[in-house]
Design a protein around this ligand. Structure first.
Ligand code: PFF
Length: 451
């Protein structure tokens, strides 16, 4: 039986849920386009180094704090503090993290809604309802509102059912399905004309770019977003993890799954772009760089699928289904952050808390949709470029400066009795204490300088 506040019932349940949070639109869309814009293989290389050397240590900080405190980010940061000042900072930082998780969900829900609309489009095309399929693929407020609402409802449906019956059960169903769809698509795309050119651009590093500060900040931002760091998602998932589990190993598996799926996504998206070029589509923009961003997913790829004839219909269905699943396994982790806080700090039951926060998130999404040109990019930058790194920095500081080192060691020891003799323990504490904060700050100032 699970504990009253919920617990993952199995190791694989946790791994799939945490990897599900990590693997999302950031991997399948963000990673390949970032790679295309920033020197292909050079970006991939730097990304892997940063994911393991910087994002993994920060991920560990979240998992360890979460499992020790067995509560949401705001309570957890207070629990590991032993004086009034740090407790107050912990509370405020935690509440800020919860707000940022909700804001990320509100813009993520809009994009995920587009994925559902594009998924349905071919079904209406084959049914001869071309007016509907046209409406589905053309941006409009009503379409955006409806599909965002639908996606948030799906997320609410999973979170309402709790940790074991909702998060764990659905992650165990959705993650393997996503992987199968992805591998099937990669195999298909790699056999099309033009795919090998894309593969080359993706895998052959342009070493001249390796010291480009933009490449490094993009790779680090991508690694933080991809591992869902800073806002308390990994912390809350850690809080549902059994004390018997070996935390450094769990964190390493999640990082490996996340980076591997990002890598696989590159094998799909970049070759697909060059297959599109082979079919006569334009894949470079006026500035001479590869098409990225929304144009890639919502114009170039749909045009490619259309140009494939009949086979394009299942290919498009599979691609947008894959995107929707990836988005859903991430959005459930975002919604769990404010929901767990509402349950734990305001005594509201899970069912009501989920509807309440789901409704609030949709209200924010509605404001963004109705003021799209002014708000969308701003909210994305505020949450992912500025807030996530700063919150990640805060978590590293709390784990290494504020928390008592012996208590931290005891927590890891529960599932890993020999931790003191491991390389993890020889490197990690100093690393989160000095290197992570310094590197995150460096990246943060780079981001400010670039903006
Ligand atoms: N990791 C997700 C992705 O790569 O799409 C995004 C994400 C999930 C960001 C959860 C933040 C978060 F709290």
């Amino acid at each position: 039986m699970g504990s009253p506040r919920g617990q993952f019932s199995s190791r694989i349940g946790f791994i799939l849920a945490a990897s599900g949070s990590a693997v999302g639109l950031g991997n399948i869309w963000g990673f390949p386009t970032n790679a295309a814009e920033n020197g292909g293989g050079a970006f991939v290389l730097i990304y892997f180094v940063l994911a393991f050397c910087l994002a993994y240590p920060a991920l560990m900080a979240e998992l360890i704090i979460g499992r020790y405190a067995k509560s949401n980010i705001s309570n957890a940061l207070q629990k590991i503090s032993d004086n009034k000042a740090t407790k107050t900072v912990g509370k405020v930082a935690g509440l800020y993290g919860i707000t940022i998780a909700t804001l990320i969900l509100s813009f993520y829900g809009i994009i995920a809604g587009w994925m559902i609309a594009f998924f349905l489009e071919p079904l209406f095309t084959i049914s001869g309802l071309s007016a509907v399929s046209n409406w589905l693929t053309h941006s409009g407020e009503l379409r955006n509102l409806l599909f965002c609402a639908l996606f948030i409802l799906l997320t609410v449906g999973v979170i309402r059912a709790g940790v074991e019956q909702g998060i764990e059960k659905w992650s165990c169903r959705l993650m393997p399905s996503m992987l199968i769809l992805m591998v099937a698509l990669i195999i298909y795309v790699l056999f099309q004309d033009g795919a090998l050119t894309g593969l080359k651009i993706y895998l052959v590093p342009d070493f001249q770019q390796i010291s480009n500060p933009k490449l490094i900040t993009s790779a680090l931002g991508q690694a933080f977003f991809s591992l869902s760091l800073g806002v308390g998602t990994m912390l809350i998932y850690g809080s549902y993890l059994s004390p018997d589990e070996n935390l450094p190993a769990m964190g390493a598996i999640v990082t490996i799954v996340d980076t591997s799926i990002a890598f696989l996504a590159g094998l799909l998206v970049l070759p697909a772009l060059f297959v599109a070029q082979q079919q006569g589509l334009t894949i470079y923009n006026e500035a001479g760089s590869l098409i990225a961003g929304p144009d890639l997913i919502f114009q170039t790829l749909p045009a490619l699928f259309q140009g494939m004839g009949l086979i394009g219909i299942p290919v498009s269905l599979v691609f947008f289904c894959l995107m929707t699943i990836a988005a859903l396994t991430s959005s459930i982790s975002m919604l769990e952050v404010p929901v767990s806080y509402t349950i734990e700090n305001h005594g509201i039951n899970r069912h009501s808390a989920t509807w309440l926060i789901g409704g609030l998130t949709f209200a924010i999404s509605t404001i963004i949709i109705l003021n799209f040109d002014h708000m969308f990019d701003f909210i994305v930058a505020l949450t992912t470029e500025y807030s996530q790194p700063l919150l990640g920095l805060m978590l590293c500081i709390f784990a290494s400066w504020v928390w008592n080192r012996n208590k931290l060691l005891d927590e890891i020891r529960k599932g890993y009795p020999k931790v003191e003799a491991s390389i993890f323990w020889k490197i990690w504490p100093g690393y989160v204490r000095y290197c992570c904060p310094a590197l995150i700050l460096l990246m943060f100032f780079q981001t400010i300088l670039n903006s």
